[in-house]
Design a protein around this ligand. Structure first.
Ligand SMILES: Nc1ncnc2c1ncn2[C@@H]1O[C@H](COP(=O)(O)OP(=O)(O)OP(=O)(O)O)[C@@H](O)[C@H]1O
Ligand SMILES: [Mg+2]
Length: 236
């Protein structure tokens, strides 16, 4: 469904993504992990059309490099950001409506907003300003706004960051429900290995923009190269 081949991104002298390739199959939950600064968020920025790059990214067999971010969103690729971004002066339902109006491949449909608010379990807070939501609420809202664009692939950037065990459980369930009930293919960048081994069917580890290992999540997390790369990261 999504295939990156020989993707390289340079910021001046820095090679943030270095000859990277991977394939995400339809219906999968695909994980990406690696030390800080490994290039994970940059991969999302390349897939969503924020920067030029060398190499190829194909979505449903079509080359998407060179397309603008809104064109890529219209094809059905949506994302959330590492730091929850909400519109503090809008209510929960207004915020989800923004996603619906801007990104939606289908016609505007207020009933869909209703369904999404239900799906992310924000019904009781629907008329509250987004600024009043707690961290879990903000994260559910950001996911709801992404769902409003009606994505085929949803890319989550460290959705568990800063969350406690209860919040992590709630977010994992939400991710699983999006995958199973809505049929959305998911890519997730995450530091918590336990979350990745429980949720994903395939896991890619990158370091300094380069693939260390990719495959079955349990095998990957037990791979000596991966253990080494994480221990090495801690020493910095
Ligand atoms: N717009 C940019 N201009 C210059 N350098 C950048 C830019 N975006 C990212 N970088 C650099 O590219 C490298 C990879 O950054 P990136 O944000 O993709 O890492 P990451 O794996 O998401 O890290 P983290 O786990 O901390 O979120 C870093 O060295 C970063 O400083
Ligand atoms: Mg990042």
């Amino acid at each position: 469904m999504l295939k990156l081949s020989n993707v390289t991104k340079r910021f001046g002298a820095l090679v943030a993504v270095n000859d990277l390739g991977f394939t995400v199959e339809k219906g999968q939950i695909f994980g990406i992990a690696g030390p800080n600064g490994a290039g994970k968020s940059t991969v999302y920025n390349l897939i969503t059309g924020f920067y030029d790059f060398e190499g190829s990214i194909r979505f449903d067999g079509k080359e998407i490099s060179g397309l603008k971010p809104h064109q890529i969103a219209q094809l059905g690729i949506s994302r959330t950001f590492q730091i929850p971004q909400t519109f503090p002066s809008l209510t929960v339902e207004q915020s989800i409506d923004v996603g619906n109006r801007f990104g939606n491949r289908r016609r505007y449909d207020p009933k869909r907003i209703e369904k999404i608010i239900d799906f992310v379990e924000l019904k009781d807070q629907r008329r509250e300003l987004t600024g009043t939501l707690n961290l879990l609420g903000k994260k559910k809202l950001m996911i709801g706004a992404a769902l409003a664009t009606d994505p085929k692939i949803l890319m989550l950037d460290e959705p568990m960051a800063g969350s406690n065990a209860h919040e992590i459980k709630a977010l994992m369930e939400l991710i699983q429900r999006m995958n199973e009930e809505l049929g959305i293919t998911i890519i997730i960048i995450e530091h918590f290995m336990k979350v990745l081994t429980e949720l994903t069917q395939a896991l890619l580890i990158i370091e300094t923009g380069t693939e260390i290992c990719c495959g079955d999540p349990v095998e990957v997390t037990n791979d000596p190269r991966v253990i080494e790369c994480y221990l090495g990261g801690d020493d910095d």
